[in-house]
Every structure is written in structure tokens, then in C-alpha cells.
Ligand binder design. Structure first.
Ligand code: GL7
Length: 837
């Protein structure tokens, strides 16, 4: 089109599409323009929310300019890109982050203030984009921030759920769930691409024919189809013009499909089918580390992987390259097994539609994909029943059986006559009915498999993937320790500490090279610096105390030790052990004389986190925490020595208040169960110490900060099986302190003990799967060490500074650079600041 334009038209476009200026007046104009035209409001009926909307739209204009510039330049250069396929992107709020990353926060601050509004109030009006459950989804969001900041050509692909993770309210101490209507008001952080619409098929049958050369061809004829519509979410990097993209798919009924039912004269059915089509992207499944096995979830997975692959293949085809170049242009990272169907879909496209030979296609597929494993918990391993799968995806099932057949033939050739081995390695589990093991399919279809922390990556090599390591060799199985973005998790959420660090180090380069934080270590001897450091911590605790007052109606003292455990509620994370130790603390204080009490370190124990709606035991843990809180908080014999709160509806924006305010946080999973953990990194980065087991990334945090600056307790991963065995078969008695705590619950110290019986039963001899009893004594002892250490405030402040100083390794910038170099083989491209027209 452009080629046909006369020069003056081209010039006019170039002139008019220059980027907006970023001075205060231009920004104010753009805000007022959005108020009066986009929102159709007048200044006199503005509230904080409409001010937020206008500022968001003005911010978005600037994001879109950068997005266009980046994507325009990249499509010319056409470098190798990475596509990060994740069913979850837990982004939280966008406005503050976008302004900080684009370097516009200060200017917007001033612009807004003069217009009669206050930035902090406006920021609070934004609802979280909560399209994820926990660590896995937030990791994807941190990685997108780092990829953009480091100028990597990267796109995320996910689903645009109408409802994100449910809202949690506490009613009579119990969790109740409410839908998350996050799209009730327009979402200014997305762009609907109504022109990008892809047909996705389901069901139907497979036609088999012979082509002119006598080769058997398979043609899938779906029985139904739905449309995938693209929504783009711009992701600005920090201190760069680059702006990447997350493309989220929304399901809609297809026109063709509506007409079929309509022509059959069945209007009601056509409406019902249309509603069913929209259901696919309606809701995020609220399970963290557990698999529900629902048909709709499988539909989500196929809908999303098929739409994403179609898009990726279409972009590749524009470059007119050979198919064999595909892996040199495209890297696809599978965030857990959720997108594993992409492997099968690409094989199908190449063989059935592009007519490549099976072997040529399979070589392309395996060079393209890489797989991240995020858990070893058996209940989290994805398996799909073969009959259900066949009904939804008949051709894909055939392909999976073929992949498995060719794979097992090779295994048999390498290790003959070992049926046990073939059974263990097969992609198909011979159960009743047969099951597809998605993790095996992901390993077989990828060229690299990684775990998410050193301990976890080693563990998967000796447990779930042991046979595969022996077959493929060690090189295929690598470690990529998780990381978090210091932009959101320090600069944005802890502005005072960020400013102090910048002032101390002389510049803000540490925000792009976190290893520079080590410069803080030299400051531990500087009393004035320590004082500033601790004053900031206290300010953050005051801010959290206000949130606690508002949400829990409990007054807590910011001078007490703030002890935090916030994460999804799960038996393996052992919130139960934490609250049991709180009961122990309560009983100990109650038994003290006034003189003894005088030396007790006051503590506020803060819990937060959601339980999956169907996870009965996890929900009982929430109830127990609230019942204990109700008794402890009003007991005059305890007063400020101990307070217990459960902060409802823990999410990203609440975490941004909690993380900077913690003195100590709890990362106390049974060794070998928490693959990495990422909040552990965020707390330590903000000068909070941690108490934890030798699990996940705790092990590497210990290596970095040193044993004087972390509280480690409990058994080690390799000891777990022996302890379980001893408990089961040698009747090891329960820990005496724990026994006392249990008796107190059973005596009715906290509500009707019948309520908690199912919870207590999980501890009775032989059943204590998560080893609460065997770790209890060392846990109590570690908590006593925390109290003692906190009393020495000067020493504590040094520990706190050293914690932050030694966190360089845990930037997600380091993580994505390792992925880029060792798996994706991609290079950064920095977008120049100039019009591309
Ligand atoms: C998780 C792990 O449980 C968690 O330890 C890890 O930090 C995170 C990111 O790698 O992945 N695995 C998982 O299935 N969920 C996680 O949060 C839901």
C-alpha cells in the first residue's frame, strides 16, 4: 500500500506519527483529553477512579507508541524470537510499573498533582490482573519484565480469562470464594485485535487417504470450531525503548458454526453452542500444584496452544524461509506441562498440512521446544484420560501414539528386553482407562528440560526423569534457578529503600545489574546508614500495620517483630506447622510469670494466601489460623507479646505492601517439595531475613547470604523417605511439644475441637506425610534463635543489609539471560528511538 503513496503523503504520515512529547503540559493535555472525550466526563464529576482511567489511557498511548516502534523494527530485522507459552500471567497492577519502566513516573506525578489528584490514590484504584494462581504465574510476569528490559525479542502467549483467581473473603473464620470481575470496567492495558481471529477445531473424525505416491495421509475433520481473538498486552522494559507483547486469546463462537445449527432449524442449540464457545476462556482454574482433570481445562489447553502456534507459524511463513530454518527463527518455552499439546499440534501442522515427512517434522519440533518442570508433587502431574482426549482431539491422539511408538522402539533398541523400563518411560500409562503422561510427552518432544532451582533440578534427574536421563544423557537436563524482577519487587514496592540504595551506590545501575548491590556490604559499619536502613523498614511496617487495621480490624505494633507467611495454602508448605508453633508460643507465654514475660520478644504473626476451593484440609488450616487469632488477640495475659492475623485476599498488590515490611518470613516446606519458591527471594531482597528448610531456592539463598544471615532448620530432602518409613513401620511417637499443642486444641482452647479433628488426624502416627512432628523441635528452636537475634537490633540491622547486598543472583534478568544463552540461542535487539515509517 505504502509504495503507492506520493512522497508528500508518506512525509505527512511520518510527521504526524512522531512520538508524543513527554513534558508536563503535553501529558496534562493528554489526560484532560481522555477525561473529556474517551470517558466523556467533566472535571467537576471526577473521582479517583475516573482520574485513574484517564491517566491509564494517557500512559497507554505512550506504551502503544513504543510497542509499534519495537514490533515494527523487529518485523524488519526478523531475528530469532522466543515465545513463552504460559497458562498464567500474574501481572498485578500495571500503571505504576509502566510509568516507572518508561521513566515517566516523576513527570506524571507532577502533572497529576497540578490537576488536583494524588498519584498514590490513583494507583490504588487499579484492580489487579490476577490471571494466575501463585509462583508459577508470577514467575512468567517477572520473566516478561526482564525479557523486555534486556531487549530480547520475546512474546508471551496465554489466555484472556474473564475471571482471574477468585476473591477470598473470610466469613466466620472460613474462606469463601467470590468471582473476580476484573473486566467489569474497561481494561486499559490491553488492545483488542479484532482482525486477528483464528479458527480452532474440536472433535470430529480423521479421514485417511492415499496420496498419488501411495503415502497415507491423515486429515482431521473437526466436528465443531470456535474462534480465537487476540488481545495484546504491551510490556515495557525498564530504561529502554523496547516494548514486548503478551498475546492473550479469547474464545468466541464462529459465524460458520452458528449458521450450521441455524440451518438445521435449531435456533436454541445454536445459541447454546455459542455460549459453550465463550466458556472456554471464561475462568482460570484455581488449583496450584494440583491437577483437576476437567474436560474444559483440556479444551483451554488445546485452544490456546493451537491459536498460538497458528500465529507463530503465520509469522514464520511471511519470511519465505525453508521449514528446516524454523528452529533458527523460533524458540518455544513450555511453562510447565500445560502447553505440551503445542508439540503435537506443530507435528500435525507439519505432517498433515505442510506435507513434511514424519522424521523431518519431528526434528524441527524437538529443536524448537524446551520444557520447564516446576514441581515433583505427584498430585500435580498432568495426565489426560485417553477416551476423553480421543473424543476432543482424535488426530492428536493418533500422533501421540505414533510419537510414543517411535520413541519406545528407540529405547528398546538401546536397552533391549526391559519391559519394566518401557512401561515406566511410556507416554501412555497402562491404567484403566489409559492415561497420557504429559510430562513424558514434554520431555520426549523437547531438546532441553530444566528445573527451577539447583536442588529441584537435581531431584528431577534422580526421581521423575531418572530413566530419561539415562536414555538421553545428562546434557538435556539442566538447571535454571528462578529469579524475580527488582523493578517491581524493590524499586516500585519499596521506593524509600530503592532511593537509599541509589544514593548510597551513587547511581541506579543496580536496577539493571543487581550484582551491584554487593556494594552495600561495605556499609554495615556505618551507624548512620544502618539507622536510615532500619527507619525505612519501620516506615514500611507502619504502612502494613495500617493495612492490617483496615482489613483485619486488629491493631499491631510496628515495633514488634513482623513474622510473615504469605503463599498459597498447601499441606506441603506447612502453614499448619506454623500455626501449631504459634499455639506453642501462646501456651508458653501464658505459663510465664510477669518477670519472665518482660524478656519475651513481641511478635506479630501474619498469614495470607488462598486455598483451592476444593481443598478441604487447606481450608481447615485457614479456619484454625482465624480461630487461634480470635483467642490470642483478645487475651489480656498476652497483650502485644503475640498477635496473629490472617490478611484476606492475598494477591500481587497486597504482596507489594507486605514484602517490604517483613522482618522474618517463613519458607518452611518439607524438604524436597517446594521446587524453588520466589517470594523467599523478594523478602531477602527487601532486607527481610528468612527462616526456612533446605528446600528449593532457600539452599542457594543460604549460599549467597551465608549461614549467619538465615535461619535454617529441619531435615534434608534425602532424609525424608527414611523418616516416613520409620514413622510408618516403627511407630515413632509424636514430638512432646507438639503433643501438648494438639491436646490444647482437643480441649477446646480454640472453638469446638470437632471442627479441627480432620486436620489433627493428618498428624497421627504413621500419617504425618509432611513431617511436621519430626521437624517440630528444630522449628521451635530456630524461632527462638530468631527472637534472640532480633533483640540485638544493631546486629540485626547488619544482617538485614547483608541480605539485600547478597541477592544479586536472584534477579530474573540473570535467569532469562541464562535461558537465552543456553536454551533459546537468541540475542537482544535494541530498538532505536526513531519513527519506522
Ligand atoms: C511452582 C512451585 O511450586 C514453586 O516452588 C516455584 O517457585 C514456581 C515457579 O517455578 O512453580 N510449581 C507449580 O506448579 N506452581 C508453583 O508455584 C503452581
Amino acid at each position: 500500500e505504502k509504495a503507492k503513496w506520493p512522497k508528500e503523503t508518506v512525509d505527512l504520515w511520518a510527521k504526524l506519527s512522531k512520538k508524543e512529547a513527554n513534558d508536563i503540559e503535553t501529558i496534562q493535555r493528554s489526560i484532560v483529553h481522555h477525561v473529556t472525550t474517551t470517558l466523556a466526563r467533566a472535571a467537576y464529576n471526577m473521582d479517583n477512579f475516573s482520574a485513574y482511567q484517564a491517566v491509564a489511557l494517557s500512559t497507554r498511548d505512550r506504551l502503544i507508541s513504543r510497542w509499534n516502534e519495537t514490533q515494527g523494527q523487529l518485523s524488519k530485522i526478523d531475528p530469532k524470537r522466543v515465545y513463552y507459552l504460559s497458562l498464567e500471567f500474574l501481572l498485578g497492577r500495571s500503571m505504576d510499573n509502566a510509568l516507572l519502566n518508561m521513566g515517566l513516573k516523576g513527570t506524571y506525578d507532577k502533572s497529576i498533582e497540578k490537576l488536583g489528584f494524588n498519584m498514590e490514590d490513583i494507583i490504588e484504584s487499579e484492580v489487579d490482573a490476577a490471571l494466575g494462581n501463585g509462583g508459577l504465574g508470577r514467575l512468567a510476569a517477572c520473566y516478561m519484565d526482564s525479557l523486555a528490559t534486556l531487549d530480547y525479542p520475546a512474546w508471551g502467549y496465554g489466555l484472556r480469562y474473564n475471571y482471574g483467581i477468585f476473591q477470598q473473603r473470610i466469613v466466620d473464620g472460613y474462606q469463601t470464594e467470590y468471582p473476580d470481575y476484573w473486566l467489569n470496567f474497561d481494561n486499559p492495558w490491553e488492545l483488542a485485535r479484532l482482525d486477528i481471529s483464528i479458527q480452532i477445531g474440536f472433535g470430529g473424525h480423521v479421514q485417511t487417504t492415499q496420496d498419488e505416491y501411495g503415502v497415507t495421509r491423515h486429515n482431521w475433520v473437526p466436528g465443531q470450531s470456535v474462534q480465537a481473538i487476540a488481545y495484546d498486552v504491551p510490556i515495557p522494559g525498564y530504561d529502554t525503548e523496547n516494548c514486548n507483547n503478551i498475546r492473550l486469546w479469547r474464545s468466541k463462537p464462529t459465524r460458520v458454526f452458528d449458521l450450521t445449527s441455524f440451518n438445521e432449524g435449531n435456533y436454541e442449540k445454536s445459541v447454546e453452542d455459542a455460549t459453550n464457545a465463550e466458556k472456554i476462556t471464561s475462568v482460570l482454574y484455581p488449583n496450584d500444584n494440583t491437577m483437576a482433570g476437567k474436560e474444559l481445562r483440556l479444551k483451554q489447553q488445546y485452544f490456546w496452544t493451537a491459536a498460538s502456534l497458528h500465529d507463530i507459524v503465520r509469522r514464520f511463513k511471511k519470511s519465505m524461509r525453508e521449514w528446516s530454518d524454523f528452529p533458527d527463527q523460533v524458540a518455544i518455552q513450555l511453562n510447565d506441562t500445560h502447553p505440551t499439546l503445542a508439540i503435537v499440534e506443530l507435528q500435525r501442522l507439519l505432517v498433515d498440512e505442510e506435507m513434511l515427512s514424519w522424521d523431518d517434522a519431528w526434528e524441527i519440533v524437538t529443536k524448537t521446544f524446551a520444557f520447564t518442570n516446576h514441581t515433583v508433587l505427584p498430585e500435580a502431574m498432568e495426565k489426560w484420560s485417553v477416551p476423553m482426549f480421543e473424543y476432543l482431539l482424535p488426530r492428536h491422539l493418533q500422533i501421540i501414539f505414533d510419537i510414543n511408538l517411535f520413541f519406545l522402539q528407540k529405547v528398546e533398541k538401546k536397552v533391549p528386553n526391559d519391559r519394566g523400563l518401557l512401561n515406566r518411560m511410556s507416554i501412555i500409562e497402562e491404567a484403566q482407562p489409559q492415561q497420557i503422561r504429559m510430562a513424558h510427552l514434554a520431555v520426549v518432544g523437547s531438546h532441553k528440560v530444566n528445573g527451577v532451582a539447583a536442588l529441584h533440578s537435581n531431584l528431577i534427574k534422580t526421581t521423575i526423569f531418572k530413566d530419561f536421563v539415562e536414555y538421553y544423557g545428562e546434557e538435556k537436563f539442566i538447571n535454571m534457578t528462578n529469579g524475580v524482577t527488582p523493578r517491581r519487587w524493590l524499586h516500585q514496592s519499596n521506593p524509600q529503600l530503592s532511593a537509599l540504595i541509589t544514593q548510597t551506590l551513587g547511581n541506579d545501575k543496580w536496577l539493571k545489574d543487581l550484582s551491584l548491590l554487593k556494594g552495600l556490604a561495605a556499609k554495615t559499619g556505618d551507624a548512620a546508614f544502618r539507622k536510615k536502613w532500619m527507619t525505612i523498614k519501620r516506615n514500611n511496617k507502619v504502612r502494613l500495620a495500617e493495612l492490617i487495621k483496615e482489613r483485619c480490624q486488629v491493631e499491631v505494633s510496628p515495633d514488634a517483630l513482623f513474622d510473615v507467611q504469605v503463599k498459597r495454602i498447601h499441606e506441603y508448605k506447612r502453614q499448619f506447622m506454623n500455626i501449631l508453633s504459634v499455639i506453642h508460643r501462646y501456651r508458653t507465654i501464658k505459663s510465664m510469670t510477669a518477670a519472665q514475660k518482660a524478656s519475651v520478644q513481641p511478635r506479630v504473626v501474619i498469614f495470607g494466601g488462598k486455598a483451592a476451593p476444593g481443598y478441604y484440609i487447606a481450608k481447615l488450616v485457614i479456619k484454625l489460623i482465624n480461630s487461634v487469632a480470635a483467642v490470642v488477640n483478645q487475651d489480656p495475659a498476652v497483650g502485644d507479646l503475640l498477635k496473629v492475623v490472617f490478611i484476606p485476599d492475598y494477591n500481587v498488590s497486597v504482596a507489594e505492601v507486605i514484602v517490604p515490611a517483613s522482618d522474618i518470613s517463613q519458607h518452611i516446606s518439607t524438604a524436597g517439595t517446594e521446587a524453588s519458591g520466589t517470594s523467599n527471594m523478594k523478602f531477602v531482597l527487601n532486607g527481610g531475613l528468612i527462616i526456612g528448610t533446605l528446600d528449593g531456592a532457600n539452599v542457594e539463598i543460604l549460599e549467597e547470604v551465608g549461614e549467619d544471615n538465615i535461619f535454617i532448620f529441619g531435615c534434608m530432602a534425602h532424609e525424608v523417605e527414611d523418616i516416613r518409613h520409620a514413622q510408618r513401620y516403627r511407630g515413632v511417637p509424636m514430638d512432646p511439644a507438639l503433643q501438648g499443642v494438639i491436646s490444647a486444641i482437643e480441649k477446646g482452647t480454640f472453638e469446638d475441637p470437632k471442627i479441627f479433628q480432620p486436620l489433627i488426624s493428618t498428624l497421627t502416627v504413621g500419617k504425618d506425610f509432611y513431617l511436621i512432628s519430626s521437624d517440630f523441635a528444630s522449628y521451635i528452636a530456630a524461632n527462638q534463635q530468631v527472637d534472640a537475634a532480633y533483640k540485638k537490633q544493631e546486629e540485626w540491622s547488619k544482617k538485614s543489609i547483608l541480605c539485600t547486598a547478597h541477592m544479586g543472583k536472584f534477579s530474573s534478568d540473570r535467569s532469562v539471560k541464562e535461558y537465552a544463552d543456553e536454551i533459546w540461542n537468541i540475542k537482544p535487539y535494541s530498538v532505536e528511538d526513531e519513527g519506522h515509517l
